[in-house]
Design a protein around this ligand. Structure first.
Ligand SMILES: [Zn+2]
Length: 189
């Protein structure tokens, strides 16, 4: 995926605005495991591993991927989604359409979040969706500001460890993917 110069400028502008920046006061380090999209095998292979360690993860879900095949991988289905929730894992929003925030107007991006909320309401009634992960890790200044009103945390794809302070509007992460994200970053900055 490539971004136009304008899209890259939008993305760059987001880095100048800090949203939800606050000091961290944890008694000890903690690890948050997050899984985006998510392919069926993430649950088939991951459920027992997470269960063995008594660990909960956050699954960032795009409703539009339900029952789809993406990048050659079968994505989750409704049964899987229910199992993930029943097992006590957190369900987070990843937009319904997996939009890149830099490539669609703000209104369209926000309506995709609304559509995802409707999807959750229909298939996981009563579930609170409090966290968000940006598809492709890309955000704009406008999406950062808008989403701060809706989600308690938003995760990007910028490499790093949240220490001393954290920006709830763009939490850092360490990507375990096979370097795809690194190639992507190098291509587009
Ligand atoms: Zn994604």
């Amino acid at each position: 995926m490539s971004l136009s110069i304008v899209d890259k400028l939008k993305r760059r502008s987001a880095s100048f605005i800090r949203v939800g920046q606050s000091p961290l006061s944890l008694e000890k380090p903690c690890l948050s495991l997050t899984i985006d999209d998510f392919p069926q095998n993430a649950w088939d292979n991951g459920r027992s591993i997470l269960g063995d360690f008594g660990t909960k993860a956050t699954f960032y879900v795009s409703g539009g991927f339900c029952n789809q095949v993406r990048l050659g991988l079968q994505q989750y289905n409704l049964k899987t989604l229910g199992e993930v929730h029943q097992a006590g894992h957190e369900i987070g929003c990843h937009t319904f359409d997996h939009y890149n925030a830099c490539q669609v107007p703000l209104r369209r991006f926000l309506s995709s979040i609304e559509r995802n909320a409707e999807f959750f309401k229909r298939h996981l009634p009563g579930v609170e969706i409090g966290s968000f992960a940006y598809p492709y890790g890309d955000m704009t200044a406008l999406t950062k500001i808008a989403l701060a009103k809706r989600f308690s945390s938003c995760r990007g794809a910028m490499h790093g460890i949240n220490s001393n302070t954290a920006q709830a509007g763009n939490l850092l992460c360490v990507c375990l993917q096979l370097n795809d994200m690194w190639r992507y970053d190098l291509e587009t900055t």
